[in-house]
Design a protein around this ligand. Structure first.
Ligand code: KG4
Ligand code: ZN
Length: 340
């Protein structure tokens, strides 16, 4: 029997709703929030208000685009955490009342789990081999940088983590230092296209095992620019592309180096990427090279499934639906950590 799941995502500054038929995306509507641009980062209070304005039209559009009637839905899956509490609360309250009104189950989803599960999403008419368990997953988002062994849909062992900043955060902070608009990752990626990645070199951290560190890189980038600006006021404007390409290469090198170590250490031949930074063109290319070198079966989500979206929430919900893992109306959000 086909299962139709409505997914709701509101953990940060994107309000998104999606409908899936099993693991096939029928619609995936995302409303971004321009209001944060002028502040150079997400303002939590403004994010909650924008979610409140967006949630109904976004859900309506998702149901309309999927060409279904809401009465056909089998369940509602929502992001329970981690994320901004005020933002999460908007999606959770909506999901609860919608599921209750329709008399269908409610499924609570961990946002990071959903990023990983995005690798199982298909678009209509798409035929693609799905990742086989167990697989290695590099999770790179705005708040997380982790290496995980995904043993099955509900058993994920974290084998490496950042000890300070996340990769996405590093992109965003580097962009801010150069006065580029938020979010910095996509902007650095774009500017880097015309830059020389070997123009400048920045110190890479020496962190044991499979853990990551990015705060030293951020500081060395900041000090390097401070020194150059003393000599030339226009250093950033006249070297933006090279600076973007060089910092991007350093971040990608750090990620690839640890991923390669994890591949060798675990002997696992299936590798997946997850999270917003997996949209980065240099990272995608470097991972393809790594996959060729070690003959890995590589899975990278489609661009629209890399950054925050509700299709991945519904996908994670589909796995839980099959196991009858439902939430109750008393479910509360969580800001940090993870739950299954
Ligand atoms: O997964 P995500 O959308 O939200 C979180 O769960 O955090 O990730 C957002 C992060 C931001 O730091 C953003 O700058 C980064 O992903 N990002 C990118 C690119 N697109 C998004 N970083 C580098 N290159 C990109 N193309
Ligand atoms: Zn995310």
């Amino acid at each position: 029997m086909d299962v139709l799941i409505l997914g709701i995502e509101s953990s940060c500054d994107d309000t998104s709703a999606a409908v899936l038929r099993n693991n096939v995306m029928l619609s995936n509507v995302i409303a971004g929030q321009k209001v944060h641009e002028q502040f150079g980062g997400v303002v939590p209070e403004l994010a909650s208000r924008a979610h409140q304005q967006n949630i109904i039209p976004v859900v309506e559009a998702a149901i309309r685009n999927a060409n279904i009637d809401k009465k056909q839905l089998s369940a509602v899956a929502f992001t329970r955490g981690p994320g901004l509490l005020g933002s999460l609360m908007v999606g959770i309250s909506f999901a609860k009342s919608f599921a209750w009104a329709l008399g269908i189950p409610l499924i609570d989803i961990d946002h990071i789990h959903a990023h990983v599960m995005a690798n199982f999403l298909l678009e209509p008419d798409e035929t693609r081999k799905l990742p086989a368990f167990p697989f290695l997953c590099l999770i790179v988002s705005g708040g997380h940088t982790q290496l995980a062994v995904v043993k099955d849909a509900f058993d994920m062992e974290i084998i490496g983590s950042t000890i300070d900043d996340a990769a996405g955060e590093t992109f965003d902070k580097a962009a801010k230092i150069m006065s580029l608009p938020y979010p910095g990752g996509p902007m650095i990626d774009k500017m880097a296209q015309t830059g020389n990645a070997d123009a400048f070199s920045f110190a890479k951290p020496r962190i044991p095992e499979l853990n990551f560190s990015f705060s030293g890189l951020k500081t060395s980038f900041l000090y390097f620019l401070r020194d150059e600006l003393k000599k030339n006021d226009h250093f950033i404007e006249s070297h933006t592309a090279d600076l973007c390409a060089s910092i991007q290469k350093t971040i990608v090198d750090i990620l690839v180096e640890k991923t390669e170590k994890a591949v060798v250490q675990t002997g696992i031949k299936t590798l997946a990427l997850a999270g917003g930074v997996s949209a980065n063109s240099a990272l995608r290319k470097a991972m393809q090279q790594l996959a060729e070198k070690h003959q890995l079966d590589l899975h990278i989500p489609k661009m629209s499934f890399t950054t925050d979206n509700a299709a991945m929430i519904a996908m994670s919900g589909y796995f839980k639906f099959q196991k009858g893992m439902f939430a109750d109306l008393a479910a509360t959000p969580y800001a940090t950590g993870s739950k299954k």
